[in-house]
Design a protein around this ligand. Structure first.
Ligand code: 13P
Ligand code: SF4
Length: 401
């Protein structure tokens, strides 16, 4: 393996204080709570891997395990399929025979899997505290208030809502009810083109309300659709009228929700400059949740699936600096010992909520199923599920996907 942080050897990170909070009991700091019914195995249990294998074998085809690219290695080892949120949503929808879908990812992904699978199938999130801080930046009541603002200004009728997969089922349902679509980082450009076509095309005056990641919205609109930075405004849900003058909202083409990813938001232009100075010839590849300045400074921008494919296709001897979650970067570094894989930031950058899914929770969830008890089932209420499905189906039907 040849993996480094910016210009120095790649060190295994020490467990952070947050990771030490993981385990049995209730974490008062978490947004959803981590109460585990029954005994959560100790992380130090030397039999954990054997227990996971035994439970997995006992469940056989009744169980299908999905693993997002940002999951820990110990979890990915048990995934039937790995991928980004778009691929995993498709995989969940393509397994009508699996009785249990164990989603090793975060809460909004499990919700989407529940919406896309039949009522008889049970979707399980091994730790309900595995949320997404970006998804939590948009609450349904805030989105409804924002829509009321657009309605009062007379611009809602020429606005199509587009929500990133990283949003609650309630916001996906809002999007479905208002004729919009879901998108992921691998299809955001197609989704935005589709949305603008519904309100007069890119050359018209129609708008998109893009939630909740301002960076994905801005990067896609400016880098891929040719809109300008001046066409984009940021709507702050904590301020009256989003903190914008009526004229600013009327003139905007992209109304960007004020949300961001706390992981990808850490990368800076200075990181890009430093790695270029330390590693001549390096290709800098970043996720579109990074800031616009970082995407402009990078060589390539793409979703996690794009990043995986780019590394697979890269020639031996090439050097890469990746601006995305650390579990994925470390795994890619190990999978490509013939390439130099660097981490773009010089400090540890795990997604702490993705990391909540660990081997003890996985074993606990699977052994509970073997014992005939479903734990941590994620169920979306019927009305939201219906309208969220409308928006998800719209995404799955987008041209060219
Ligand atoms: P992908 O859509 O690339 O899977 O990204 C999901 C995510 O949470 C990235 O931070
Ligand atoms: Fe959410 Fe960012 Fe973690 Fe992705 S990496 S799940 S957007 S907090």
């Amino acid at each position: 393996m040849s993996a480094t942080t910016t210009g120095r050897p790649f060190a295994e990170p020490a467990p952070s204080a947050l990771l030490l909070l993981l385990g049995q009991g209730t974490d008062l700091l978490s947004e959803r709570g981590v109460e585990c019914a029954g005994a959560l195995p100790a992380a130090s249990d030397p039999d954990l891997v054997d227990r996971a294998r035994a439970a997995r074998a006992a469940l056989g085809d009744r169980l299908f395990v999905l693993g997002h690219h940002y999951q820990r290695d110990e979890v990915i080892e048990f995934a039937d399929v790995t991928g980004d949120s778009f691929k995993l949503a498709r995989e969940a929808a393509a397994r009508p025979d699996a009785e249990f879908i164990l989603f090793c990812g975060v809460h909004f992904m499990a919700e989407s899997a529940d919406i896309l699978t039949s009522a008889a199938q049970q979707v399980i999130l091994p730790d309900l505290a595995a949320g997404c801080s970006m998804a939590d930046m948009a609450a349904i009541n805030q989105v409804e208030d924002a829509w009321d603002t657009l309605t009062d200004l007379g611009i809602a009728a020429q606005t199509v809502p587009v929500t990133y997969m990283n949003s609650t089922a309630a916001i996906k349902a809002f999007t479905g009810r208002h004729g919009g679509t879901v998108c992921t980082s691998s299809n955001a450009a197609v989704a935005l083109r589709w949305a603008f076509d519904r309100v007069g095309g890119l050359d018209g005056t129609g708008k998109v309300l893009f939630m909740p990641d301002q960076h994905l919205g801005r990067n896609t609109a400016v880098r891929e659709l040719g809109l300008s930075l001046a066409d984009c405004v940021v709507f702050d849900p904590r301020k009256p009228n989003g903190g914008l003058a009526p004229g600013e909202l009327e003139a905007a083409r992209m109304i960007l929700w004020r949300g961001h990813c706390s992981v990808h938001g850490r990368f800076s232009e200075a990181n890009v400059r430093d790695i270029r100075a330390a590693v001549p010839g390096v290709t800098v590849l970043v996720h579109p949740e990074c800031t616009h300045e970082v995407t402009e400074a990078a060589d390539l921008v793409g979703s996690t699936e794009f990043i995986v494919k780019a590394l697979d296709a890269a020639p031996a001897g090439s050097a890469w600096a990746l601006g995305t979650e650390l579990n994925l970067v470390r795994r890619l570094a190990r999978a490509h010992p013939d390439k130099a894989v660097h981490y773009l930031d010089s400090t540890v950058c795990f997604c702490s909520t993705m990391n909540r899914i660990d081997l003890p929770h996985l074993v606990w969830a699977m052994e509970s199923l073997v014992a005939g008890r479903t734990v941590n089932r994620v169920v979306v209420d019927a009305d939201d599920a219906h309208w969220a499905r409308v928006a998800l189906d719209q995404m799955l039907a987008l041209p060219g996907l």
